[in-house]
Design a protein around this ligand. Structure first.
Ligand code: ZN
Ligand code: ZN
Ligand code: FE
Length: 701
């Protein structure tokens, strides 16, 4: 049996079922999943009940059965795991405490009363504690905690909820908290959570939130808030039925929801949405027994660096940011950030995939060689494909800092070690200067290199996770991606599949003065589109930038949709310098008048989309102008889709984090009978690139 079948109580479940049916034989974990031999009278009832009664966290992908010769079994037994050469078993994601465990935590007569590390076969840490496969306690970070007699008895009792629960623990034998688990007034706390240290403070306290931002060097990027329960969430955001389902799901992601209020202005400045999550571990549940207010919960790091997981490192890196550190002695095997989801078209839409979801595999249409895909540059993830599964890593982050590049290397080493494979193909982005490309050039080993164009990877990722073979018209809009012609692509219509593509349309190229600097300064994009935003520049600055544009010095050509959004935002006076990637575009999205239905002219000639008439026609009222600009883009997408003549359209790239663009495109294209594919498992941003690289490399085998 393959799938999510290890660490979910599968073996004890099989044991009980076999005993129930009077069967003899055994069940064992191996590197690929679960192996069972059964023999006896009611053996025909075994398979159907196996499938219909399986444990809550399990997910069987494949079940292969075969008839064997009779064997001499004394009874039915659970055998120890056998390690095989290339494990392809699914490592489970970390899961929030189940109802039974939470009830024990709250019960003063229970021996696990208020124990911050309780778990059972139905819940608890997995990915963040697994060191290697198969999944067994000695191969997790719980190995240094010797079980007490009581825990041992439960662990060995097939009738017990903790039978073979690898990370089981109690106050006597489990990990211990170091420090007082409380949050004082005005305090910034560094808490060792599940997949790394978090920084916490009172979300209502403007002064403290500002202090946290200043110390963390995070100026305007929104912060997420943890609340005690759904009732507390409702005070801050609008919680639909689907939102409630997501918030209370086992993954317990951060969910972006329409803000009502109740938090300090600096938590998510100017943002109509707020990221909210429920307590994700027993530790967080305990914290909320001591406080009754929402807390900012953000990863323990300085600005754009990876989350901190090591205790020593935490003291060094977080010492200046936090007033106090609360730690514990269970090591974290690997960093796992909080996941971020939003809701699009009444379904979950992922924006950052980590805790609770990673490293859930995406199933590929057929077996592949072992492919290591290095991902993109921003919001990096890597992927490793083994047979017909692609294991996409947790969110690593932007590879701009040495620490982020260390984390990137660590995740590659980690995945190759965990699954004990040596890739025969390495897939990388076409960009010659990406950190991932440099890493490969420095570490080349005996594997074939496959170079994948950035936007082709976006298209292939969207097709792969939708299990669609293509062809499709990919509307791939983002900030930056290296084009085969050496220019910066980013507003692309690519017709094709994982094997290849044809670029059927793109925005009219413009010159970006300063290249990457323009991504931080929307005013430069405005100038590139031919408009000088009022009061955005000094005369000398304008003269210099205009010269760069005219002469083409340090001003690469681009077709970027992201920069087009930036430019329009700057022209409308919304934002001249961004504090984080995509900020100006987000502000443009938010300001759009929802009732405005007009649009501008944006002619498409020979596959070149001319934005100039739109830029010239922009209304002075930013709400109207933004709505009409968005509507214009919907017109263009629809026109190109009809022109391309392909009934399937795939939407990917960071621009499709814009809900107005995403949902508008969906509605428009579906009303004109197109099949529209969007991301549901991986984010539309560069967090999905690695999967696309795997798909492209596999398809070109
Ligand atoms: Zn539990
Ligand atoms: Zn114990
Ligand atoms: Fe991208």
């Amino acid at each position: 049996m393959r799938g999510a079948v290890q660490g979910v109580g599968f073996r004890p479940f099989v044991y009980r079922l076999a005993r129930d049916l009077g069967l003899t034989g055994f069940v064992t974990n191996d590197g690929h999943g679960v192996l069972i031999e059964v023999q006896g009278g009611r053996v025909r009832e075994f398979d159907p009940r196996l499938l219909s009664e399986q444990p809550p966290l399990s997910d069987i992908h494949d079940l292969h059965t075969r008839e064997l010769e009779d064997a001499a079994f004394a009874g039915f037994e659970i055998r120890g795991s056998s390690a095989t050469d290339a494990p392809t078993a699914v490592v489970l994601a970390d899961t929030t405490p189940c109802h039974a465990c939470r009830a024990e935590m709250r019960d003063p007569s229970d021996r696990r009363y208020r124990h911050p590390f309780l778990n059972c076969t139905d819940c608890g840490p997995r990915f963040s504690i697994v060191e290697s496969l198969p999944y067994d306690r000695p191969r997790t970070t719980m190995r240094e905690f010797a079980m007490c007699d009581d825990c041992r008895r439960e662990y060995e009792d097939p009738e017990d909820r903790r039978f073979h629960a690898q990370p089981t623990a109690c106050p006597r034998c489990g990990p211990q908290i170091k420090g007082e688990l409380e949050l004082g007034p005005g305090e910034i706390l560094a808490l060792k959570g599940l997949g790394g240290y978090q920084l916490l403070c009172d979300a209502r306290d403007e002064e403290t939130v500002q202090r946290l931002r200043a110390r963390k060097h995070r100026e305007e990027k929104p912060l997420a808030v943890m609340v005690r329960n759904v009732a507390m969430a409702r005070e801050l955001v609008e919680v639909s039925r689907l939102a409630e389902e997501l918030l209370t799901s086992r993954a317990a992601p951060i969910v972006l929801l329409p803000m009502r209020g109740g938090v300090a202005p600096s938590v998510a400045p100017g943002n109509p949405r707020l990221g909210v999550m429920l307590p994700s571990t027993p530790l967080h549940h305990l914290l909320f027994e001591t406080i009754d207010f929402p807390v900012v919960a953000t990863s323990g790091n300085r600005s754009d660096e990876p989350i901190c997981i090591d205790d020593q490192e935490a003291r060094e890196r977080l010492g200046d940011i936090a007033d106090r550190i609360v730690s514990h002695d269970r090591p974290i095997a690997r960093h796992v950030d909080d996941s971020v989801d939003t809701i699009a078209n009444d379904r979950r839409y992922p924006l950052r995939r980590a805790r609770g979801y990673a490293p859930r595999p995406v199933r590929l249409p057929r077996g592949t060689p072992t492919i290591l895909a290095l991902g993109g540059h921003l919001k990096n993830t890597i992927a490793l494909s083994i047979e017909d599964q692609a294991f996409v890593s947790q969110h690593i982050g932007d590879l701009d800092t040495p620490r982020a590049r260390e984390a990137f290397e660590a995740v590659i080493r980690d995945f190759l070690a965990m699954y004990a494979v040596q890739p025969s193909i390495v897939a990388r982005d076409m960009h010659p200067d990406y950190a991932s490309t440099h890493w490969w050039n420095d570490h080349r080993f005996d594997a074939r290199e496959v170079v994948v164009q950035h936007h082709h990877a976006h298209l292939a990722a969207c097709l792969a996770e939708n299990r669609h073979r293509g062809p499709a018209l990919g509307v791939i809009w983002d900030g930056t991606g290296y084009g085969p012609d050496g220019s910066i692509w980013g507003g692309e219509f690519l017709l094709g599949d994982a094997r290849g593509y044809e670029r059927v349309a793109h925005f009219k190229p413009f010159r970006l003065p300063g290249g990457d600097a323009a991504a931080r300064e929307p005013r430069r994009s405005a100038l590139a589109l031919g408009v000088e935003p009022e009061g955005a520049f000094t005369a000398a600055e304008v003269a210099l930038l205009r010269q760069m544009i005219e002469r083409g010095t340090l001003a690469p050509w681009t077709t970027s949709a992201g920069r087009l959004f930036d430019g329009v935002a700057a022209i409308l006076g919304l934002k001249q310098r961004s504090a984080f990637e995509g900020q100006a575009a987000m502000m443009l999205e938010w300001i759009a008048d929802p009732h405005e239905s007009g649009s501008y002219e944006m002619p498409v000639r020979d596959g070149v989309i001319d934005w100039a008439p739109t830029i010239a026609a922009l209304d002075a009222d930013p709400a109207i102008a933004s709505a009409r600009f968005h509507n214009t883009l919907l017109d263009v997408i629809t026109e190109v889709a009809h022109e391309a003549g392909c009934p399937t359209v795939a939407l990917s790239g960071g621009c499709f984090q814009n809900m107005r663009l995403l949902e508008g495109t969906l509605q428009r294209l579906e009303s004109e009978n197109f099949t529209v594919l969007i991301h549901r498992e991986l984010p539309p941003n560069d967090g999905g690139i690695a999967l696309g690289q795997v798909a492209v490399a596999a398809a070109n085998e």
